[in-house]
Design a protein around this ligand. Structure first.
Ligand SMILES: C[S@@+](CC[C@H](N)C(=O)[O-])C[C@H]1O[C@@H](n2cnc3c(N)ncnc32)[C@H](O)[C@@H]1O
Length: 241
């Protein structure tokens, strides 16, 4: 892991993740709504990998609402400590290392808002490869992230990024993190990965893109073009052998 990425994690930790953006404005509920069908369709007793699980909400919901065996991985010790404090369940395990999952093969995996936390194409490739290694043949990977073609809509989050700036994939940008009462709690660096690069790198790591879809939150103007909606979900499947 590069120094920058450690800084990113440190900054996130300083902010205290409970106050971060996923808790704001119903965003977490929106993401849950977008991924729930994949859990509902999964085989009985399916196992899930929540890769870059942060404070563990998704792994916990899968374990408790879908009786799945859930493994939450995040390289940040602080995130995993918080996840372990927040959520305990017999079907739930959190770890800062994927070594604890060695030998396990999952039916379905999720990467929720993880690409913006990764600062090099090599690390993004390594993350996809790691997920691929831990999936069953034909296992699913669901990636949900800010639609990289539309980082512009929330100017408070993505200052300095604008269509006129001709942003290159992999570009760092400053993100302001607000608490529920709109107080500024931290500024961190996130990374802009184009959809093209996310799809290319995932494919190089052995995934096949089944479909992708952009979706909106309630703050999105009605006349927004479908491809410019603020969130993007990618459904990928791992190699069959
Ligand atoms: C914006 S947070 C999202 C957390 C969680 N998925 C959620 O939905 O709340 C991004 C997470 O990615 C983690 N992360 C950073 N680099 C990573 C990497 N190389 N592999 C996996 N996770 C990483 C960070 O520690 C952080 O918890």
């Amino acid at each position: 892991m590069t120094k920058n990425q450690n800084d990113y994690l440190q900054n996130r930790n300083v902010a205290g993740f409970k106050t971060l953006s996923l808790e704001r404005g119903g965003e977490k509920e929106l993401i849950w709504h977008s991924i729930q069908p994949f859990l509902a369709e999964a085989p009985e007793n399916a196992s899930i990998l929540d890769y870059g699980c942060g404070t563990g909400w998704l792994a916990y919901k899968a374990a408790t609402e879908y009786s799945m065996k859930a493994f939450g991985y995040d390289p940040s010790e602080k995130m995993i400590e918080t996840a372990q404090e927040n959520f305990q369940h017999k079907n739930l395990q959190f770890s800062t290392t994927m070594e604890e999952a060695e030998g396990l093969r999952f039916d379905i995996s999720f990467m929720i808002f993880v690409p913006p936390a990764i600062n090099t194409a090599e690390d993004l490739y390594a993350a996809f490869k790691d997920v691929q290694h831990h999936l069953k043949p034909n296992g699913l990977l669901i990636v949900v992230t800010a639609n990289p073609e539309n980082v512009f809509y929330r100017h408070a989050y993505y200052e300095g990024i604008s269509p006129e700036n001709n942003v290159k994939s992999g570009t760092p940008y400053q993100v302001k993190i607000y608490a529920a009462d709109n107080a500024l709690v931290a500024e961190v660096t996130d990374y802009f990965w184009s959809s093209h690069d996310i799809e290319r790198i995932a494919t190089e790591a052995g995934f096949t893109l089944n479909t992708s879809i952009c979706f909106a939150d309630k703050n999105t103007p009605n006349n927004t073009k479908p491809s410019n909606l603020p969130y993007k979900l990618y459904k990928l499947s791992s190699a069959s052998i």
